[in-house]
Design a protein around this ligand. Sequence first.
Ligand SMILES: C[S@@+](CC[C@H](N)C(=O)[O-])C[C@H]1O[C@@H](n2cnc3c(N)ncnc32)[C@H](O)[C@@H]1O
Length: 336
Amino acid sequence: MDGMGKREVEVSSSTRQEAQASIDGLYRSAWTLSALTIALERGIIAALSAPASAAELASRQGLSADLVSSVLDVLAAANLVTTEGDRYAAAPGFGELAQSEFLLADLRATLGANRELIVAAQTRNQVIGGWRTSDPIAVEAQGTVSTFVTRRLITEIFPALDGLDARLRADGAAALDVGAGAAGIPITLCRHYPRLRVVAIEPATSAMAIARRRVGDAELSDRIELREHTGEAISDHAAYDFIYIAQMFFPEAAVDGAFGAAVRALKPGGYLVTGAACSPGAGLVEAVSRLRSVAWSGAVRSAAEVMSRLTAAGLSEVRPGPAYGALQWIVGRRSA
Ligand SMILES: C[S@@+](CC[C@H](N)C(=O)[O-])C[C@H]1O[C@@H](n2cnc3c(N)ncnc32)[C@H](O)[C@@H]1O
């Protein structure tokens, strides 16, 4: 008997069954996530504002009744959809969540990042992890997620940053978004602060093309300047009242250079905000946050590490802000 066969015999049958049951549960989760995505992508949930049968929904949405019923049966088993006879309805909480653009954007971004990781793993000699911009749906979706995140930034973080709101409303107000992706942050900031001008730095040409289209669609091309280069190459000095830096998507080698350049680019008394999206700890939530961090940046950088590297880059008053899900905000200021 070879070594592998011997190990198999030694594994107790209950352990093996438990492992198989866990894996079966993961398969069901994967299929359920697909059902959720299909239902949102094809407007099935939006069409469920009033109870309807699979046949009615199918003809309304131009889909097959078998597809609609199988998707909705999975969602019903997951308690997201209720059934009465042959009619389906969105469960109240889910109906509310599904109305927001956030849910579908978050699904697209999450599935896109997972696909990139898996494709890299299946491609010999390819580095696994690090943000990639080859999937325009995921890039744009991350921009939509950023829109929601920025609204929270404005309502939950800015009020605690002394004088920032007034600075961003003043004539000559300027902000910098480093790692702007699809420009969700500059667009949301400009809509909230009517006098603000934003410079958006993004090194990826494909993401930049999406950002340019979105900024144009938002009619903000005169207030948002898009620059295609890395954060390390920022050469502005004392130019911005506020800087956001998406360090959780930066490769390790870029971080200190980008932090240093960003700190130099802050006006005296200006604020810098970033986030750390991974947590220490043995639980699945924390472990997944670290895997996602590797998917986004190729590395795991804790909030404590990010804060000490920002301090080393010359930022003052560096401290943790509130947490938003797995995202730990970090704020700092350039001394006046
Ligand atoms: C995914 S975006 C964050 C989401 C973004 N706020 C939006 O609205 O789409 C982060 C970006 O950081 C960019 N990035 C990676 N390395 C960078 C670096 N060294 N300097 C600046 N940006 C970088 C990536 O290309 C990516 O587009």
